[in-house]
Ligand binder design. Structure first.
Ligand code: SF4
Ligand code: SF4
Length: 428
């Protein structure tokens, strides 16, 4: 199926099922174990973590789950981790999914892809494979992954997949360590590997509540400067801002559900031990499918979580720049433990996007980013520096590649996490 035919097919399915609540897209974390130790990662565990390994669903449990997903009407499966190939039996699980006819996307770091793995994927072709790059050079890549030799193993994995004509895409998570190489990674992807490339500059805290990834998170100014270095990306934000700010009423969150995304409505996630949740980033509540069935979890706890109404009026309730903001319940949970509480970092990034585009943000309560809030003036100064390009990628490295446009992970409100398959629809 070519891209246009597939896009029409996917659009048709989503339009036909627009009103229906069904788990059409399911993200399955097969393990949290990973051979890399990336400083920004939100969920990785060591390869030799025996407790984590013991808790993982067995091959037989995965097969039962797949049978249930057929019955429930699931079409798209995303296998993610940790590192999916850290499980020696992953290809067996994957093949069972393929035999049942699912459109399967694989998220991997590529370092465990061998000729045997690549041959198997060529025989049982996935819908898509996305590899995360951590740097364009060995030095930067391994400064983030902290594992010597991982850069060469990743490059080998990429080549093995490309030699077999597999549907590969590359992406990155910009951090303080690799930000200067983001556009070089794009050049490598497009000019050397001839594949698509995308990035999302928002790093999340770990799901075990550790804030350690935030040590390498970009500042709001660096994050927005990196995005706006790409004229196409800036134009897309302008389009969203024009629509949002010009809207006569704005979105009224106080009248709506806590979850306004596809999580729990068209999608959900399962962690390595079979705990079902709204998405891979949302972990406060869920259902253990080992105690019952997928159907019971989807129709019981997940339906209840998804239909829950907001209980608070916050500065988000009347905010008119929601489409520029990645604030969502999972991000609220991860940053403060409260799904409804605005995340200060995301709020600053969204306001800075608006100010850089030259928009005033309409009044929406006691917002620190709006006049006369504490950080308002600083954001205006950041916006000016970004507009004049006195900060940003061209100052991080000499000879920065010219920009022809990066793909946008998400062009509407909601999470922009590179790890969440539930809302970014990267597998569609
Ligand atoms: S976090 Fe801030 S910018 Fe984002 S929706 Fe809430 S008020 Fe708006
Ligand atoms: S991460 Fe995505 S799927 Fe999860 S709550 Fe946020 S917007 Fe929804």
């Amino acid at each position: 199926m070519n891209d246009a035919t597939y896009a029409a097919f996917s659009r048709g399915i989503h339009e036909r099922h627009f009103d229906k609540r069904a788990p059409m897209e399911v993200s399955i974390e097969v393990t949290r174990r990973c051979p890399l130790e990336c400083l920004h990662c939100y969920n990785n565990l060591p390869m030799n973590d025996a407790g984590a390994r013991r808790n993982e669903l067995t091959f037989e449990e995965h097969c039962r789950l797949l049978d249930e997903l057929v019955t429930e009407g699931c079409l798209w499966i995303l296998y993610t981790g940790g590192e999916i190939f850290a499980r020696p039996d992953f290809l067996n699980i994957y093949t069972e999914a393929k035999k049942r006819g699912f459109l399967v996307t694989l998220f991997t770091n590529g370092t465990l892809i061998t000729p045997r793995v690549a041959d198997h994927l060529a025989e049982w072709r996935p819908f898509a494979i996305e590899i995360t790059l951590y740097g364009a050079t060995r030095e930067t890549y391994e400064a983030l992954t902290q594992i010597p030799g991982s850069y060469d193993r990743c490059m080998r994995g990429i080549r093995l997949l490309l030699e077999r004509g597999l549907p590969l895409k590359l992406k990155t998570v910009p951090t303080t360590i690799n930000k200067h190489e983001v556009y070089e990674m794009k050049r490598m992807a497009e000019e050397e590997f001839h594949v698509e490339f995308k990035f999302d500059p928002l790093v999340n805290p770990r799901i075990d509540c550790s804030q350690s990834p935030l040590e390498v998170r970009l500042s709001p100014e660096d994050a927005v400067a990196l995005e706006f270095f790409d004229p196409r990306r800036e134009a897309e934000y302008r389009r969203l801002a024009e629509y949002d700010v010009a809207s006569p009423t704005g979105t009224k969150l106080e009248e709506g559900h806590v979850y306004a995304c596809g999580g729990g409505q068209r999608s959900c996630a399962l962690d390595p031990s079979g705990r079902m949740s709204i998405c891979v980033l949302s972990h406060q509540e869920g259902y253990d499918i080992r105690q019952g069935s997928f159907h019971e979890g989807w129709e019981g706890p997940l339906r209840e979580i998804r239909s829950r109404q907001r209980t608070q009026t916050t500065i988000c309730s009347r905010c008119r720049i929601q489409s520029l903001c990645s604030m969502c319940p999972a991000n609220g949970e991860l940053e403060s433990g409260d799904a409804e509480s605005p995340v200060d970092f995301l709020c600053r990034v969204a306001h800075l996007r608006a100010y850089t585009l030259g928009y005033e943000v309409p009044e929406h309560g006691d917002c620190n980013c709006c006049k006369p809030g504490d950080v308002h003036q600083g954001l205006l100064e950041s916006a000016e520096r970004i507009r004049k390009q006195v900060s940003g990628p061209s100052h991080w490295v000499s000879g920065t590649a010219s920009v022809s446009g990066l793909n946008i992970l998400q062009s509407s409100s909601g999470c922009q996490s590179g790890s969440c398959g539930s809302c970014q629809a990267s597998h569609r």
